[in-house]
Design a protein around this ligand. Structure first.
Ligand SMILES: NC(=O)c1ccc[n+]([C@@H]2O[C@H](COP(=O)([O-])OP(=O)(O)OC[C@H]3O[C@@H](n4cnc5c(N)ncnc54)[C@H](O)[C@@H]3O)[C@@H](O)[C@H]2O)c1
Ligand SMILES: O=c1ccn([C@@H]2O[C@H](COP(=O)(O)OP(=O)(O)O[C@H]3O[C@H](CO)[C@@H](O)[C@H](O)[C@H]3O)[C@@H](O)[C@H]2O)c(=O)[nH]1
Length: 329
């Protein structure tokens, strides 16, 4: 029995692989390395297959050869502004290829499927916290590609009995506390990574995308959730499904948010660097506020360990320093 992690060479996927390996699971990673890195997969403990989630033939082979009993589907293109600029690439990679994977899971008799979805599916909602019962209303193509995959899973569950867990992550941040993994993509646009790079002198200043939102300081609010806590949520959901638990959609966040300016202040405090902040225009596709209601996931036994923005920022800074040292070596 083995777990297939798609996108396991990426930021969140590589942390999922570490958690699974630490828990004694046999792990197979399928990744096309478009934004992931082969070195991010601990290949002494996990098998890395370089390939495409849309490659049905390869999927059928992997599922039967490795006796896959669970799929954690993490592979995707995941950058909101990129999805606004090139939506069809996002529908192909995130929706069409997810369909191929779901089909292969059903054909191969894989009973458990966990999907990496996103808070972006909620769109612009005024509620303080977002419940999974809210209607989905994504305001960007990326969010829509994730909703369509959620719907495919729901329909496949009713038609063919596939059991699924959907985890709607909020803003994933930080790095492995043991320093084994982190956000490594040079194209990453994530605020905590970008601010850490500014603090380390790798970028000249921090742009703030929009200061006229209807939030207390005018900047967007997000629920920043630490990446190892997110990875552990998958183990909790997997255990639930393997025990015969019901298919479900669950938020994965902490239930409280921080604004862009608050994040910048924490990065300044933790790094000890007073960098320049430049107020700018809104970025297309950004909802004002995304904060999770997390009762469902907690009810399954998920207990976060790193719910502390200073800790998250210090992990991100440490990882950024490590990447810089590696480049210099
Ligand atoms: N980072 C966040 O804050 C966040 C929040 C919510 C949801 N998510 C979701 O989490 C997942 C992982 O995101 P991430 O931040 O780790 O991004 P990432 O880009 O680091 O990881 C994605 C991985 O998937 C691989 N991949 C992409 N398309 C593929 C394909 N067709 N076939 C095989 N491999 C493919 C990439 O090479 C990469 O390794 C995504 O599904 C994303 O939508 C991320
Ligand atoms: O240099 C920067 C980068 C970001 N932001 C702002 O910071 C907030 C957070 O942005 P970012 O870190 O880019 O994350 P999101 O666009 O919220 O998207 C992330 O979080 C979503 C879940 O909420 C995931 O689905 C996405 O994959 C992931 O990229 C937004 O208001 C941005 O406008 C800035 O002001 N300056």
């Amino acid at each position: 029995m083995a777990v297939l992690v798609t996108g396991g060479a990426g930021y969140i996927g590589s942390h999922m692989v570490l958690e699974l390996v630490d828990a004694g699971e046999t792990v197979v990673v399928l990744d096309d390395l478009s934004t992931g890195f082969s070195w991010a997969v601990p290949q002494e403990n996990a098998i890395l297959v370089t390939g495409d989630v849309g490659d049905s033939k390869l999927l059928h082979q992997l599922i039967s050869r490795h006796k896959i009993d669970s799929i954690l589907h993490c592979a995707a293109k995941a950058i909101v502004p990129e999805s606004v600029a090139d939506p069809l690439a996002y529908y192909l990679n995130n929706t069409v290829k997810s369909r191929a994977l779901i089909e292969a899971a059903i054909a191969g008799g894989v009973p458990n499927f966990v999907f990496s979805s996103t808070a972006t599916v909620y769109g612009n909602v005024n509620d303080d916290v977002l419940s999974e019962d809210l209607p989905v209303a994504p305001i960007n193509p990326y969010g829509r590609t994730k909703v369509t995959t959620e719907w495919m899973l729901e329909d496949a569950h009713h038609a063919y009995g596939l059991r699924y867990g959907v985890l709607r992550y909020f803003n994933v941040a930080g790095a492995d506390p043991k320093g084994r993994a982190g956000q490594s993509s040079p194209q990453a646009t994530h605020i905590i990574k970008v601010a850490a790079q500014v603090a380390l002198g790798l970028r000249p200043h921090l742009d703030v995308f929009g200061t006229d939102y209807e939030t207390p300081d005018g900047t967007c609010i997000r629920d920043y959730v630490q990446v190892t806590d997110v990875a552990r949520a998958h183990l909790v959901v997997l255990e639930h499904l393997r025990k015969g638990g019901d298919s479900a959609i669950m938020n994965c966040g902490y239930g409280h948010g921080a604004s862009v300016l608050e994040v910048a202040e924490v990065v300044k405090k933790v790094s000890g660097v007073d960098f320049e902040i430049r107020p700018g225009q809104r970025r297309s596709g950004d909802p004002a506020r995304l904060v999770a209601k997390v009762d469902r996931l907690r009810a399954l036994g998920w207990t976060p360990r790193y719910d502390d923005l200073e800790k998250i920022v210090s992990q991100a800074l440490r990882w950024e320093r490590l990447l810089t040292e590696r480049k210099a070596a």
